[in-house]
Design a protein around this ligand. Sequence first.
Ligand code: FMN
Length: 581
Amino acid sequence: MPSPLQMTCVLVRSTPLRSRIHPSHVLRPTRGYASSSSSSRSYAVAGAATAGAMAALALLGVGYTGHVRLDSPAEADASKRRGGQPDSLTGLESRDMMFQLQTNDSPGDSAGRQAESYITMEEVARHNLSQDAWVVVDGKVYDVTDFHKFHPGGSGIIVGNAGRDVTELFRPVHPPGTLENNLAPENFKGVIDPKEAEAARLAFETEQQRLQKARNDLPPVETMLGIEELQEAAKTCMTPGAIDYYAAGALDSYSVVNNRESFRKCRLVPRVLRDVSAVRPQTKIFGVDSALPIYVSPSSNALLGHPDGELNITRGASATGIVQGISAVASYSLADILNEKDQMDEASGRKMGMVYQVYFQRDRSKTEAQVRQAVEGGVNALVLTVDSNVGDNRQSTEKLKGSRFSAEPGPRMGPITETPTFHDPSLNWDDIVWLQSLAQGLPIYLKGVCHIDDVRRARDMGLAGCILSNHGGRQLDQRVTRILMRIEKLTDPQLLKDFEVYIDGGIRRGSDVLKAVALGARGVGLGRPFLFAQAAYGDKGVIRAVRILENEIVSAMRLLGLTSIDQVDPTMIECLQEMWK
Ligand SMILES: Cc1cc2nc3c(=O)[nH]c(=O)nc-3n(C[C@H](O)[C@H](O)[C@H](O)COP(=O)(O)O)c2cc1C
C-alpha cells in the first residue's frame, strides 16, 4: 500500500500544439534539491512543487487530465484555496504532453521540519549575478546560471531579474514544459515558503483579473479607426512589462521617434483627372501575391500580449491575404505556426504567404535545424536579420525591472556587459553561402541593412533583396533614421531591376506605405502594430489593422490618381530638405 505521501501526478496536455517533454526531462524535485536529502525536506519540495505546477498550468489556461493524491492536510488546504478538488483533477482530453512529478519518500510530520526545508526569497535574492543566477517560477526555485547564456530571448532579461520571482514575466511567454525541456533536474533547487509563494500568486491573480476586466471593457474592434488607436487600446489590457517590451527602443529611443518622424517629413504629390473608379492595391511581396504592399514584420514574443500570440497573426494574415514573417524567436514554435497555417490554407482554399526570419546562433546546428524545418515546412522565403549581434539595451526596460521587482539597485548588467551567447557575433558575408546551401533555392533577404554598399554586395551574392530597417529602433540607437533618403538613393533603375528593397520602421498610415513605395520599396513591414493589435483583440485585431491600412491605402491611391501600385513613382513624393542634412 502506498504511503500517504507517495504522490503521482500525471498531467496530460489538451492541445496538440506544443512540443513533447522528453522522458529524460521529467521533473524530479527530490533529486535536484539543494540541501540535504532528508525525507522531510524531500516531502516539502515534492508537495509544494506539485501544487505549484497545478496552479501554474491552470493559470496558463491549459487544460489537463490526470490525478493527484494530496493526502497531507497542508496540500488539501492549499488545493481548496486554489478552488481545486483535494484528491483529483479531471479536465480536458489528453493528448501529447506528459508532466510527471514523483516522490517516494516517507512522510515527515513536523511543520517545523517542513519550514526548515523551504528556500526564502532572501536566499534567492543572493543569487542575482550572471555567474550565479536563480529565479523563482510558480513558487519553485531554479538555477539558471548555465542556461541564461543560451536564452533565445537574450541573457539580459534573465540576468536582469536574477534573484527574483519572475513568474509574472515568465508565464505569459513560455508554453508548458519550457522549464523541463531546458533545465536539468539538478537546476531545480527547491521551493520557497508557501506564504511567500501565496503572496506572489495572489499578486499575479489580481493583475490577471485587472487585465481580464480591461480586456472585457475594450471598445468593439470595429470602432478602432487607426493603427495608433489600436495600439493605445491594447495597452489598457497589457502589463507594464509587456507594453514596454513591445514599445521600447534602445537607449534614448531616438531611432523609434525618428522612424515615425521621417515619414511625416515627406509629402505626397497627387496627379489629377485620372479615372480611379477601380483601384487595385495588390502586389507581389517576397515572390508571393499579396493583397496590399504590406507584410507582418517578424517580431518575437507575440504571446506576451495574448495567449494565442503568433497564431492570431497567422489567422489574421491568412484572412486578409498578406504575408506573415515569423521570428526566429517567436513564442510559438515554428511547428505550431506551420500547423496553424496548414489549417488556414485548408479552410480558405488558398496558400497564405509566410517567410521565416533567421538568426545565426553560436550553435550553428540549431540554426541549421531551424532553417531546414522552415524550408521543409514550405515557407516562401528566408529573411536573415543582420542587425542584432548584441543583446538588448533598452534602458526603459531596465528601469522598469528595477521599480517593479526591487527597490535595490542590484546588478543588472546583462545587456550591457555580457557577451551574447545566443547570437553569433562572428557572422559575416561568407556565412551567406552556407545559408544559401541550406535554402534549397528559396529566396533569401537580408534584414537590417542601411548602407548602399551592403545592398550592392547582397545583390552581387545572388540574394533576392534587402530590408532597410533599424529593427524598429531596438538595436543601435542613433542608427540612420533617414532611411527614406537611403531608399531614394537606391532608385538606381539598374540596382532595383532584379533586386527587391523593402523598408520597415514607423509605418502607421496608408500614406506612409505609399511614400515608401514611391521611393522604390517593393513593400513595407510593420512590427508593433500587429503585436499590439493581436494583444487587444486576437486575430480580429490583426484583421482590423489590415482593413484600416487597406482603407487608407485605397483612398490615398484614389486621391493620388493611381489605380495600381506599379503606378506609384518617385515624382509623387517630396521630402523636406531637413531630412537630408
Ligand atoms: C517586440 C518586438 C520584437 C521584435 N523581434 C524581432 C525579431 O525577433 N526578429 C527581427 O528580425 N526583428 C524583430 N523586431 C523588429 C521588427 O521586425 C521590425 O523591424 C520593427 O518592429 C519595425 O518597426 P515598427 O515596429 O515601428 O513597425 C521586433 C520588433 C519588436 C517591436
